[in-house]
Design a protein around this ligand. Sequence first.
Ligand SMILES: Nc1nc2c(c(=O)[nH]1)N[C@H]1C(S)=C(S)[C@@H](COP(=O)(O)O)O[C@H]1N2
Ligand SMILES: [Mo]
Length: 317
Amino acid sequence: MWIRRASDIASSEITPESVYRNRRHFLITAASVLASASAAPILSGLAQSRSGPYDATEPVTRFEHATTYNNYYEFGSSKSDPAIYAVNFKSRPWKVAVEGLVKKPAVYDLDDLIKGLTLEDRIYRMRCVEGWSMVIPWRGFPLAELIKRLDPLPSAKYVEFRTIIAPDQMRGQRSSLLGGGLEWPYIEGLRLDESMNPLTLMVTGIYGKPLPNQNGAPWRLVVPWKYGFKGIKAIDRIRFVAQQPVTSWMRAWSQAYGFYSNVNPKVDHPRYSQAHERRIGEPWNPFVGNSHPTLMFNGYTEQVASMYAGMDLRRNY
Ligand SMILES: Nc1nc2c(c(=O)[nH]1)N[C@H]1C(S)=C(S)[C@@H](COP(=O)(O)O)O[C@H]1N2
Ligand SMILES: [Mo]
């Protein structure tokens, strides 16, 4: 089995993460050979020319961090729980119910449902509302491609997603103590136009490999301009609806978690400032704290701001 704990991975092994890093090292080397002047601007120019238009160009988070520091309350509320307790999660065969205001409602086998959709690799900045962030190479397809296939009715205004209910496999669903007090199933949602935005991915892989259970196998949502909790894992139902869905986090604490949850350094969570963030893997500096300034829409303003034109983002948090 290729899904292992970080502690099981021999340092001599070439991890997918080091392959990504090597690609970037190559770029750095090429830049320094080409230029004797300040390498930095040339470096980033080269890196951009070698990566896709959607790729973040900052250093990619280590594979070991992205797969052992997780939020997935179905398996427990501490960061190390999902990698430990999701090891035997059964992600195949996998049924997906498509329901609601859509021309092709049915229960599909996941592999049939997504057959023929083109997978892409994209490096996205990911920001958790708790104040940390990562840079992750996802593999997936734009959700828009799937939605076009399913053909929603004109009355569909929102898409609601559900995580599987499997208390026999998910210890957090058996105990409110282990499950961080969340109610099950985990529910998330997007406005239909948000779900059709080219940045919105349905992800089946990470670092060029199949998605590990702790990251949401067999497939999960990734919406990089929103806080991480919008990226619902192990989806087994997609429902097209007219009304704004009530998400799990809204239900748990509506003053803290709104429907939109767009990354916004000016709108704080009652418990966590959103102004700065800590990149996982970087040494913690006690004098600086969370050292990276958080960017509006997590840096994706150009691609997403027009969807919120005229909206008060303080009210619609
Ligand atoms: N079903 C489900 N999906 C979930 C969560 C969860 O607890 N349950 N946690 C969310 C949160 S808070 C974050 S930050 C991301 C973390 O994704 P990652 O572990 O792949 O980094 O998953 C999100 N998706
Ligand atoms: Mo999160």
